[in-house]
Design a binder for this molecule. Structure first.
Ligand code: CA
Length: 383
């Protein structure tokens, strides 16, 4: 019978004791880690001391409708009005949808009709599939609320005056209404706290829909002197397509957040749905199905709600939700490249003598964990 030689019979005991200690320490660290993780996991977007007064200028449409409902689900916004514009659908359809949604969620603010056509260009056909009625084939009750009698630009100006320099505009469609307001009321620019809008694509030369509808309107906005926050559409897509699993990789190393193995975050949020939550689920489901049948090869067209990005930018001030770069933004308004947005980094801008447009805050990324928490907060507000 052979025994393994042990040069120090006490070593084993000693090791056992030290192993216990190591295990104890590991267990303690792990327990503390779990508590810390539970505390820091999905941190809440800080509530503002005062809600930001905003007007949402939009063309609902699928993701604008979704964003409107979410805007009603945060205490960080005081929605003073909804203004409608042509774009994803005709002005008649976007206005009907905006009015129906505002009434349905009880937003309690005026809805005003805006532009039916761009400043200069002829009207472009919608490039989006929004389903029957324009809200993903989800039917809403006939609204009891009536339209405000003022046109969009008048409502924007009146609220800018009433809010005494605090009003912000969140623009989710072509910028025709805002440009018209700035042209009609030369003192408007001094009365606005900021304009946040989607324009251009940062990582691709593709012309973005809102901008291409009315490049002249973007030109007016870029030169108005109001603090601007610009959300490139491709960055908004990347940042807002994580709620449901998506088997398409974005090539950016983020697939695991919403990859084929990811949990269905959305159904977890609304297992016991209220009527508004059912509407949101319907919109999300339609978007999912539409993605499945329409375009499985383009990763950008994947279960995203890009209009959420400008909205999040305004409600997340002071948190780490959105990441920005200083950037210069210009728009080409003539020739073959009309509608193309030109981004110039602050570093390159220093070396250039050209007209680079406006210096803006460019939203370049959204924190996925905080984004999910923001969605959770807003959806849960409709219980
Ligand atoms: Ca839109």
């Amino acid at each position: 019978m052979s025994t393994r030689y042990n040069p120090n019979p006490f070593e084993k005991k000693k090791m056992k004791k030290s192993t216990k200690w190591v295990l104890c320490i590991l267990a303690a660290v792990s327990a503390v880690g779990c508590i810390v993780a539970a505390l820091v996991q999905e941190p809440v977007i800080p509530a503002y001391k005062e809600a930001v007064p905003v007007i949402i200028d939009c063309d609902p449409g699928t993701d604008d409708g979704y964003a409107l409902v979410m805007a009603g689900g945060t205490d960080n916004l005081d929605v003073r009005g909804i203004t409608t514009v042509y774009g994803a659908l005709s002005i008649g359809a976007t206005t009907q949808n905006a009015l129906s949604l505002t009434d349905y969620i009880g937003l309690g603010c005026p809805v005003s009709v805006g532009a039916a056509t761009p400043l200069v260009r002829s009207l472009r056909p919608s490039s989006e599939n929004n389903g029957v009625g324009g809200l993903c084939s989800v039917a809403l009750p006939v609204p009891a609320q009536k339209l405000d009698e003022r046109p969009a630009w008048q409502l924007i100006y009146d609220e800018a005056v009433a809010q005494n320099g605090k009003l912000q505009l969140i623009c989710l469609g072509p910028l025709t209404n805002v440009a018209t307001a700035l042209q009609q009321y030369p003192d408007l620019a001094q009365k606005l706290a900021g304009i946040t809008f989607m324009a251009g694509n940062f990582d691709s030369p593709a012309v973005e829909f809102n901008t291409s509808c009315d490049p002249q309107a973007l030109d007016v906005v870029l030169r108005c002197g109001v603090p601007l926050t610009v959300v490139p559409r491709d960055r908004a897509y990347l940042a807002t397509r994580l709620i449901n699993p998506c088997p398409v990789a974005d090539g950016d190393g983020n697939t695991a957040l919403w990859g084929s193995g990811a949990p269905d975050y959305w159904s977890d949020l609304v297992s016991d749905k209220s009527p508004v939550q059912s509407f949101l689920v319907g919109v999300q489901q339609y978007t999912d199905d539409n993605w499945k049948t329409n375009d499985q090869t383009t990763s950008l067209n994947c279960r995203a709600m890009p209009s959420m990005a400008p909205l999040l930018s305004v409600i997340s001030g002071g948190s780490d939700l959105c990441r920005y770069d200083k950037c210069w933004v210009n728009i080409i308004t003539t020739g073959e490249k009309t509608g193309t947005v030109v981004f110039t980094s602050a570093q390159d801008a220093e070396k250039s003598d050209e007209d680079l447009g406006a210096e803006v805050s460019l939203l370049v990324d959204i924190d996925r964990t905080l984004y999910r928490q923001a969605i959770r907060q807003m959806v849960n507000s409709y219980r």
